[in-house]
Design a protein. Structure first.
Lengths: 277, 730
């Protein structure tokens, strides 16, 4: 869009130093741009403040890591053995105090609905982080189902273990190992034939390699469902491109907002494996 | 809602007719039995047999074509005989009617009428397609065969001839309609864009095409003016300053001299220049108002509200499409129309807290007013500063200070619309209404720009006029010195001075024209460059950087741009305003604009399909067309005002242009009236200019306007009542 340009652009006689004597009028003319950016991306600025700035500040102040602070809060505020209150504890900490990027209540409802429709018996979870999503899945599983949770980081895995014990679930198997090392060994070590449900919430750039490894290992059968979180923000474009093109899956993207944030668009990709033709 | 590409529809209809025609008896039935030269008795039993068959059952096997040969299983022998005799009947057609009794003639007439009615009612019958096709074919054959034969006596041939000509005429009309639709420029492009992006984006391109048409006509009008002169220095080198030869070329005002009658045609140059200027403005007003009136008729609501989605689901597809690309476009357009309908439904169901909404809207308008006031004050401040700098001389200031006005105006024009867009999210309007508010606000912003431009132009005109006075003074001195010299040496031959040595006066009109042309060109360049960088480069970056970026660029921050309808429409409207303003001083402007619009059409169509994504909320643009026209009318009015002001108040340059030497430009009309027309016409005009006559005339016009307005209102009300009645009856 152009406005009315120069009546006459006066040429410059010598090359003056650029920012000397830039008039205040030109600087003021940039004010609308600043205001626009501030208003349009206000949710991103708020997220940045909560997820990065506040975290660094609190880390320096208390000396504990973010996950440990979270676990302390949940421990004091939730009733043991009641997964509902543990999840509520997590939600209230993430809403009021700081930000942790697990699945959140709104997207969690979609997860619950899919689980109750599907009723899988063998579930694999990649990226347990603090154990929020593990508790959420375990809560919705039918009797006799098995849940395998993979978490790479030692400290996070320790906290997740404690949270799972606090919730009172026994049939959850927590594997502390990077996902690309675990998946080839799943069949051998844990006696698995087929995975009914896979939940991916680890590093976004690992979504595609892990998916391909799962395909290669033969653990996916016809009708296996894969749910991948955060495919729009921060986003996993290679993953989305792959599933659009390969033709092995019936896929759809559930549109929602990022956890604990109102204005940032996000989505979960739900894939149903069709089997090779 | 039928959005079929018209081309495909036309072709489909033709296909159907042509297949029907092929099976005309005697032409397409294979001539298995050789020639038909055998003489036959005059009375053919087959004729009666035909008629009996027709009266008994609609489907007559005796005239069925080869394709329905399955029905003729046991009648084949009969059929063949009849085919032979048919052809013989064709040859000896003229003999038949005289052999018929009046009752049979009556019956034949009835049969023909029946067939005609059958053909007309065929679409509504609940028959399978095959049956309809065969009935149609056979009825048409019957009509072809017997209709011509019905005329009595000598008139028969004429009647048959008339019937044939009528049919040919209908076919010709249909072909011509198809041809004219195909001739509409860029129709397929716009349909494709509409199918993918919705009618709001397409409305911009339709508006662009309409402007192109207007400018073509303006260009034709103005192009006739310079043809009488021989070219002087027609150097079309586009120097940035448009100085040098181009200054004196036919492109600009200063080229035309004030000689009253040119050449053997006694072409009245000054008068024609003036009248062409007035004529273009009048034509523009007329065209805009006529388009507005026509659009006002089309906005009639009422029947779009019931069973909207059912209609769309069951009747959207067009079965005559034969081209895969057209089918894709149709698919996309049906999807888009569903989205539009869903949006309309959602908007009509919203019922939230009205007080909160009202408060938010007032707040948003207040914020926008603050922003407009701020930008207005900033522009005013900057203009005053630059006037101060001009007085001090431009050499004392840095480059930034010299070009402050331009920079500030460009920056404000780029950033304020974005701010208005963000503020309008508070208001929660229907997207169509939000677009209109956005257009209005950006319009108000650009009025500030217009004001600065005109102030600056006025300053330069005043400067030039002062220069003119100085030059005039110098010239009188120079001439006086010449006379002194010749007076001294009265015996010497008169001095010849080279014409180029005669000092020329400055021409403020040409300067104004140059400014306008520069404005248009740099505006165009800025638009194209912003398009290339803002849309195309962005799309390329998003597409190819996405492979190696940490977040998803397509779904997240930059993503592909959407087509900015409001910005583009306003750009088009303001450009047209500039053309109208400057057309009097630079007759080449409409030509430039035609070229610019032509290039814009292709470039923007390509850019939209290549780099933009459709908006999330796709809305129908039904009311927008009249809104664009209303804005165009306002701009037309605003842009004719300065031209009229300069014509009426500022004296033309003494040395250049068709009006040089006169006190005011409109004096040319008075001169023409006095010298060229007979005396009684000037008397008539002087009577007509009498206030005693003018005032009652104005009163009459006001009354006429009031009367027309009230009748049109009553017609509209009657229309709405009738529609309601129709709905109730149905």
């Amino acid at each position: 869009m152009s406005s009315f340009p120069p009546l006459c652009f006066h040429g410059c006689c010598a090359s003056p130093p650029l920012f000397r004597m830039v008039s205040p009028a030109i600087a003021l003319a940039f004010l609308p741009l600043l205001l626009t950016l501030l208003i349009r991306y206000r949710f991103y600025f708020v997220l940045f403040y909560r997820a990065v700035l506040l975290r660094v500040w609190r880390d320096c102040r208390t000396g504990l890591s973010r996950e440990e602070r979270c676990f302390q809060y949940v421990l004091t505020n939730a009733t043991p053995g009641d997964p509902e209150s543990i999840l509520d504890g997590f939600d209230s900490w993430c809403t009021k105090k700081e930000f942790i990027s697990h699945i959140g209540p709104k997207k969690g409802k979609i997860l619950d609905r899919l689980l109750s429709e599907h009723s899988p018996l063998t579930v694999l979870e990649l990226g347990a982080h603090c154990g929020y999503s593990t508790v959420r899945i375990a809560r919705a599983l039918p009797l006799g189902a098995r849940l395998f949770s993979v978490e790479m980081d030692q400290k996070n895995a320790a906290i997740a273990e404690k949270v799972i014990r606090l919730a009172g679930f026994d049939e959850v198997e927590l594997i502390v190992c990077p996902s690309d090392e675990v998946i080839p060994r799943l069949r051998a070590d844990f006696d698995l034939e087929k995975l009914d449900f896979v939940f991916m919430d680890h590093w976004k750039k690992c979504y595609l390699p892990d998916l391909q490894m799962l395909e290669g290992s033969g653990l996916l059968g016809k009708g296996s469902m894969i749910l991948a979180d955060n495919v729009l923000f921060p986003g996993a474009p290679n993953f989305l491109r792959y599933i659009r093109r390969c033709g092995l899956y019936e896929w759809r993207v559930h549109r929602a907002t990022l956890e604990y944030s109102k204005g940032i668009r996000d989505g979960m990709a739900e894939l149903v494996y069709q089997g090779t033709k | 809602m039928n959005r079929t590409p018209v081309k495909e529809q036309g072709r489909g209809k033709e296909r159907r007719r042509s297949t029907a025609k092929k099976l005309k008896p005697g032409t397409a039935t294979g001539n298995v039995f050789g020639s038909t030269n055998s003489s036959q008795p005059q009375f053919h039993p087959c004729l009666l047999l035909d008629m009996c068959h027709y009266f008994k059952q609609p489907l007559c096997p005796c005239l069925s074509s080869e394709q329905e040969s399955s029905e003729d299983g046991d009648k084949e022998g009969e059929g063949e005989d009849e085919e032979v005799e048919e052809e013989e009947e064709e040859v000896e057609k003229e003999v038949r009617p005289e052999t018929l009794t009046p009752e049979e003639l009556e019956k034949l007439k009835e049969a023909v009428d029946d067939k005609k009615k059958l053909i007309q009612a065929l679409r509504g019958k609940p028959w399978p397609m095959k049956k309809k096709h065969s009935t149609l074919r056979e009825s048409q054959e019957f009509l072809e065969k017997y209709e011509g034969a019905l005329g009595k006596g000598k008139g028969r041939k004429l009647y048959a001839y008339k019937v044939m000509m009528n049919k040919k005429w209908m076919k010709f009309k249909r072909d011509f309609e198809n041809f004219t639709t195909a001739c509409i420029p860029w129709e397929m492009k716009i349909k494709e864009i509409e199918s993918h992006f919705g009618s709001s984006v397409a409305s911009y391109f339709i508006f662009l095409r309409w402007m192109y048409g207007i400018n073509m006509i303006l260009f034709d009008n103005i192009g006739t003016v310079p043809r009488a002169e021989e070219t002087n220095a027609m150097d079309f080198a586009v120097l940035w300053d448009f100085g040098g030869y181009a200054q004196y070329s036919v492109l600009f005002y200063g080229y035309y001299n004030s000689q009253r009658a040119i050449g053997w045609l006694k072409f009245r140059m000054p008068l024609s220049y003036f009248l062409v200027g007035v004529g273009t403005v009048a034509y523009s007003y007329m065209v805009v108002i006529r388009k507005m009136a026509r659009n006002a008729n089309e906005t009639g609501g009422g029947d779009e509200n019931s069973f909207n989605f059912s209609w769309k689901t069951f009747t959207s597809w067009d079965y005559l499409i034969g081209n895969p690309e057209t089918a894709d476009n149709k698919f996309a357009s049906i999807t888009t129309s569903f989205k539009e309908a869903i949006l309309e439904e959602q908007e009509s169901r919203k019922d939230d807290n009205i007080h909160l909404t009202r408060f938010l809207r007032v707040l948003a308008n207040f914020l926008v007013l603050c922003c407009l006031a701020g930008s207005g004050y900033l522009i005013y401040f900057v203009v005053r500063r630059s006037q101060k700098f001009a007085l001090e001389g431009f050499e004392n200031h840095t480059w930034w200070e010299r070009n402050e006005v331009n920079m500030v105006m460009s920056l404000l024009g780029m950033f304020c619309p974005m701010l208005f867009d963000v503020i309008s999210a508070l208001e929660n309007y229907h997207p169509r209404v939000a677009l209109q508010w956005q257009l209005g606000r950006i319009f108000a912003l650009f009025l500030g720009n217009l004001y600065t431009f005109i102030i600056a132009l006025m300053d330069e005109i005043n400067l030039k006029r002062k220069e003119e006075d100085v030059v005039q003074f110098n010239m009188t001195m120079w001439e006086a010195s010449l006379h002194n010299n010749t007076a001294d040496n009265s015996t010497a031959p008169p001095l010849f001075t080279h014409p180029a040595d005669v000092p020329r006066g400055p021409c403020w009109e040409t300067m104004v024209g140059q400014e306008f042309v520069r404005l248009i060109i740099s505006d165009t360049m800025t638009t194209y460059i912003t398009l290339l960088i803002g849309d195309f480069l962005r799309a390329v970056l998003v597409r190819f950087l996405n492979y190696c970026w940490c977040w998803d660029l397509e779904a997240g921050f930059p993503s592909y741009s959407e087509f900015d309808v409001s910005g583009n429409v306003l750009g088009l409207i303001f450009n047209q305003g500039m053309i109208w303003m400057g057309a009097f001083y630079a007759p080449c402007l409409p030509a430039l604009n035609v070229l610019r619009l032509h290039v814009s059409m292709y470039l923007q169509c390509w850019a939209v399909m290549c780099c933009n994504v459709p908006q999330e909320r796709v809305f129908k643009a039904s009311g927008s067309n009249n809104f664009y026209m209303a804005m165009l009318l306002v701009i037309l009015f605003l842009s004719t005002l300065p031209a009229i002001y300069t014509i009426v108040t500022i004296p033309p340059s003494f040395d250049c242009g068709p009006f040089s030497g006169k006190a005011r430009m409109f004096d040319v009309i008075q001169e023409t009236l006095e010298s060229d027309f007979p005396a009684w016409i000037s008397k008539v005009f002087s009577y007509a200019a009498n206030p005693g006559l003018v005032l009652p005339f104005m009163l009459l016009m006001v009354l006429a306007i009031y009367y027309l307005q009230s009748t049109s209102k009553s017609y509209k009300e009657a229309n709405v009542e009738l529609k309601k009645k129709l709905q109730m009856v149905n």
